[in-house]
Design a protein around this ligand. Structure first.
Ligand code: FES
Length: 333
């Protein structure tokens, strides 16, 4: 949801208009215990206001979103205005502006996930659940959202539930996952800690434990971490005996360049002479290939020549001098 500051919608969801932030019937209250935990968070920072983000997660862990009451709660404890709290809480997508369901299901529809089926997954779940982005099912079990890159592109397409990863999903596996969630099950994530729920993970994000005892907390730490796709590069490097150069130790100077004529080569322009020098001075095959590719005498790649012929349906306008036209998209439409 997008709401401009000062709009009735923003005032209703964040209490930015200065109105009293009364408790909303049906929401769990922010208790003396909540305030004690908030003060514990504030004491972790030299400047108490630095605790605002964890405190907003704390509010979400109790009420499921950053309620108007939660905005007032943070403002009172930190000595800030509600507008200041609202400006922060409405900037980050992890702070929700209306009540979140028991589970937050995020489907990555960014580039890599999208081309591998992320958008199909989102569309299927949206149709099954009857909700769109940032909406919650009537039974309160699922809030669905599409997400930008979830930082797990090597496992695309990715779905997270309460920020725990379910890797390499497809439409049917995602449907099964959501069906299980709605039945009260908590399928184990592919990686990371065991699944809890949105309010529980919000408490963890606040910097407080969501687990009832030390054993449960340890189980979360011991969950599977790196997945196989993440480690492919490491495995291949080990098989090939490749290592990265040690950090901080300068690499040896490249071999001195052989003598080449720098001027006066018959028939060559200064640019061509400079390009000859660059090719001759290249210290390794990759540098040499790059220098050769930029040499003025190097033929244009076939694709680029094609693109510049213009009249054959490519990027250059077929008719020169027509202002405001010329993209291939414009010509096609
Ligand atoms: S594009 Fe989906 S995790 Fe990066």
């Amino acid at each position: 949801m997008t709401a401009l500051h000062g709009s009735p919608e923003a005032a209703a969801t964040t209490g930015l208009d200065g109105s009293p932030t009364a408790h909303v019937a049906g929401l769990p209250p922010l208790t003396a215990q909540t305030e004690a935990e908030a003060r514990e968070l504030m004491a972790r920072y030299p400047q108490p206001r630095s605790a605002l983000l964890p405190m907003l997660h704390l509010v979400q862990s109790v009420q499921g979103y950053v309620s108007p009451e939660g905005v007032g709660f943070c403002a009172r404890l930190l000595g800030l205005t509600k507008a200041e709290i609202g400006a922060v809480s409405t900037f980050y997508t992890m702070f929700k502006r209306h009540p979140t369901g028991e589970h937050l299901v995020s489907v990555c529809t960014n580039t890599l996930c999208a081309v591998l089926g992320g958008q199909r997954i989102y569309d299927a779940l949206s149709a099954d659940l009857g909700v769109g982005h940032d909406q919650t099912t009537p039974d309160g079990t699922i809030t669905l959202e599409h997400a930008e890159c979830l930082a797990a592109c090597d496992h695309a397409p990715v779905v997270t539930v309460d920020y725990e990863f379910y890797d390499q999903q497809d439409v049917e596996s995602a449907r099964s996952l959501v069906t299980a969630l709605r039945m009260g099950e908590k399928p184990p994530p592919t990686r990371g800690a065991p699944l809890t729920d949105f309010r529980g993970v919000s408490r963890q994000l606040a910097g407080l434990s969501q687990h009832p005892d030390a054993a449960a907390a340890q189980a979360a730490v011991d969950g599977p971490s790196a997945g196989v796709p993440t480690l492919v590069g490491v495995r291949l490097a080990a098989e090939r005996g490749e290592t990265a150069p040690p950090y901080g130790i300068p690499e040896p100077d490249p071999a001195p360049a052989p003598d080449v004529p720098t001027a006066g080569t018959a028939g060559e322009t200064p640019a061509e002479q400079a390009a000859d020098t660059a090719v001759a001075a290249a210290g390794n095959p990759a540098e040499q290939a790059g220098a050769e590719q930029h040499h003025p005498d190097t033929p244009e790649p076939a694709g680029r020549q094609l693109a510049e012929r213009g009249a054959e349906g490519t990027d250059r306008p077929a008719t020169q001098g027509q202002s405001g036209s010329g993209t291939s998209v414009e010509r096609e439409v």
